[in-house]
Design a protein around this ligand. Sequence first.
Ligand SMILES: C[S@@+](CC[C@H](N)C(=O)[O-])C[C@H]1O[C@@H](n2cnc3c(N)ncnc32)[C@H](O)[C@@H]1O
Length: 244
Amino acid sequence: MKAYGREMAGVFSSTWNGAFPWRALEKMLGSKLSEGGAWLDFACGTGDLLARAQSEGFACAGADFSRAQLKYARKACPEATFVQGPMQSARLPGKYDVITCFGDSVHHLQNRKQLHQFFRNVDRHLAPGGVFVFDFNTFVRRLDRENPYTGGAWTYRYSGHFVCVEFEYDEDARTSEWITTGFVKEGNRYRRFEEKHTLRAHPLAEVDELLKARGFRVRKFDPNTRTLRPRKDSIALYLKCWKE
Ligand SMILES: C[S@@+](CC[C@H](N)C(=O)[O-])C[C@H]1O[C@@H](n2cnc3c(N)ncnc32)[C@H](O)[C@@H]1O
C-alpha cells in the first residue's frame, strides 16, 4: 500500500499545513533566524515550513520521498531546491545553516540503522555553526489502551474530505501501523483511497546516543509549555542539535 500518494497529499495540503508551532522555533533558533542563510527541511511534505522560512529571508531546500507532496511544496515555495528521496540518503547541493525535520517525520524511519543514516546525512549537510532541529513524539511512554496514538482510531472531516486513521501498536517491534481510509471529493462524488504508514517509537535514549556519537550537543524543548521546558510527561519534544 502506498504512502503519501496523490489523495493523501491533497488532504495534507488542505488540512494539516501550519501545524508546527513557529513561536517555539523562533525561541529555539534565536539569532540564527535573523542571521538568515540557507535552510534545509528533510521530509518537507507540502513545503509549509519552507514557505515560512523563505518569507524570513532564507534560501530554501527540501527533500521528501513523496512525489505528490513535493508537487505542493514546489508551488508553496517556488524558489526552493527540492530533491525527491529518502531523508537518510538524499543529497542536496551546498551546506545549510538551519536543518529541520518536523511533523513526526523521524518516526517514519523504521529502525536504529535508518536513524543513524539520517543523522549522518544531516551532519553531511550542516554548515559550520549550523543547527539541526527536529520533533520527537514520546508516545512510547503512553501505551494505555485509551491513547488513540497507539491503539484506537481518529476520524476527521476537513475541507470536503473524510479521513479515518486506525492505529495498531506492536509493543515488541515498537511500531505503530497507521491504516488510513479516506474519501476525497471530486466534483459531486467521493473517491476512496487507502494508505498504510508504519511509524517507529524510537527510544529517546537511542536518539540521544546516536546524536552524541556523531558529535552533536542536544537540548530538548517542549513546544506545548509556556517556557518550553520539557516535563516528565511531555508528549512532544523538539530537539535542538549543534556542534561546538
Ligand atoms: C507527517 S508528514 C510531515 C510533513 C512536514 N514535515 C510537516 O511537518 O508538515 C511526513 C512526511 O515525511 C515524508 N517521509 C516519510 N518517510 C520519509 C523518508 N524516509 N524520507 C523522506 N521523506 C519521508 C512523507 O512523504 C511525508 O511528506
